[in-house]
Design a protein around this ligand. Structure first.
Ligand code: PHE
Length: 450
């Protein structure tokens, strides 16, 4: 039954796909700058603890439910719900999840489009076409719409190929390219003047910053977004995993890769900023804080690349290619959530589901682009600050309280026969029942009233 709806062909394929979903703009863009402005290594430490103690257990909840049900999030939650009321709750959670995933994709496609445009601009410069390059880096409406549509087209094309020939094939190709590019960039940047100063900011902990409650809230939010939790992505990927695989180990590897790449991105972005400063680029804003977010990516770093001559053009190409790849392996996982639902619950063909949903999300992106100032920030904060934690809370509720513990153990024993006597089973059930929901609720309330 499982293979009729698609299944990952190998352990490597699943790990690349799930790590591809997790590793995205959140890791390479969000994490390093947050670490920089929030206590450097102290933030890193808090992030590591939270990722392993809170995000990993929720990731496991999604993977176990998905693999057990071998279906999309809506049907899976309905399947494990013990009664009529919890079934309705399952339906609502699954539906809100795929709507959230679609909205995340609609703003993600806008940013990813910018990344691709900058990547092509570097290529145009290399080929001696500076006019085209100038158009490509300019924030024009036509350029924005064109590249958003191009990025959505790539996402739709890959998802149209299905689990094995689309998601698995492309993630297995792109993720190694991403890793190699990143390592090469880190090594190169670390040889430049000024890099060591950035490294110090990143690695010398300022513990007074790390203990503040606001910071812990931020680090947890980052960890949840980074591991793609709550919206059903990991559940759907889990549903394509064979019953022979050891889920706690697979989930652990995905978490390790996700965190590893975020940490590695810190070794790239922070030293690069101080190299930029060394070359005369302003890296602090008027309030004295490090410039972050879009100004960092689209102003500070390009200014640095400009000072580096021809090497800068190559580095710029590699950097924005890296960003585009990271975004693409995440966006395909977002699109797969509503697509899996409509195929399985509404009986659509994959082709029809991918085209119609892809088109609808493209239209949402277009509306965001045309009303950027009002809609962009709103969609980002509703989906990532409110919806994701709340949905994560629902997964804890289902795994910790509603789904029968014996049934969970039985599911885990597929592929991990000794799990009952191991460390994971000693810790995880209590975590998912008490610790995770409590902490997520605190964060959610903090996000609303904080
Ligand atoms: N994890 C992705 C990132 O770090 C974002 C994402 C969120 C992907 C939700 C899928 C679902 O950028």
């Amino acid at each position: 039954m499982a293979s009729a709806r698609g299944e990952f062909g190998s352990r490597f394929g699943f790990i690349m796909a799930a790590a591809g979903s997790a590793v995205g703009l959140g890791n390479i863009w969000g994490f390093p700058t947050q670490a920089a402005s929030n206590g450097g290594a102290a933030f890193l430490l808090v992030y590591l603890v939270l990722a392993f103690c809170l995000a990993y257990p929720v990731l496991m909840a999604e993977l176990i439910i998905g693999r057990h049900a071998h279906s999309n999030a809506v049907s899976a939650l309905q399947k494990i719900a013990p009664g009529a009321r919890s079934r309705r709750l399952g339906t609502t959670t699954g539906v809100v999840g795929f709507i959230t995933a679609s909205f995340i994709l609609s703003f993600y496609a806008v940013i990813a489009g910018w990344m691709m445009a900058h990547c092509l601009a570097a290529a145009a410069n290399l080929l001696g076409a500076p006019d085209i390059a100038a158009w490509l880096v300019n924030m024009g409406t036509t350029r924005n719409i064109l590249f958003m549509a191009l990025f959505m087209g790539l996402t739709v094309g890959i998802i149209n190929g299905g689990v094995h020939d689309g998601i698995e094939r492309w993630s297995s190709r792109l993720m190694p390219v991403l890793l190699v590019t990143m390592v090469l960039l880190v090594v190169y940047v670390l040889t430049l003047d000024g890099a060591m100063e950035g490294l110090k900011v990143y690695l010398l902990p300022d513990f007074s910053a790390a203990i503040s409650p606001q910071l812990i809230v931020k680090a947890l939010g980052a960890a949840f977004f980074s591991l793609s939790l709550g919206v059903g992505t990991m559940l759907v990927y889990g549903s394509y995993v064979s019953d022979k695989e050891n889920l706690p180990v697979l989930g652990g590897l995905v978490t390790l890769i996700d965190i590893g790449i975020a940490v590695l991105a810190g070794f790239l972005v922070l030293p690069a900023m101080y190299v930029a400063q060394h070359s005369g680029v302003e890296i602090f804003n008027s309030a004295g804080a490090l410039i972050s977010e879009d100004t960092l990516i689209f102003t500070v770093l390009p200014a640095l690349f400009d000072t580096m001559g021809i090497a800068g053009v190559v580095v710029s190409f590699a950097f924005f290619a890296l960003m585009s790849i990271a975004a693409l392996t995440s966006s395909i996982s977002m699109l797969e959530v509503p697509v899996a639902y409509t195929i399985e619950s509404q009986g659509w063909t994959r082709h029809r589901a991918v085209l119609l949903i892809g088109f609808a999300i493209g239209v949402m992106s277009l509306i965001i682009l045309l009303n950027f100032d009002t809609l962009f920030g709103l969609v980002v904060s509703v989906t990532t600050r409110y919806s994701q934690p709340l949905l994560g809370f629902m997964y804890c509720l289902f795994c910790g309280w509603l789904w029968h513990r014996d049934s969970i153990l039985q599911e885990l024993k597929n592929g991990a026969p000794d799990v009952e006597s191991g460390f994971f089973w000693k810790i995880w059930p209590g975590y998912i029942r008490y610790v995770c929901p409590a902490v997520i609720m605190i964060i959610f309330l903090q996000a609303i009233f904080g």
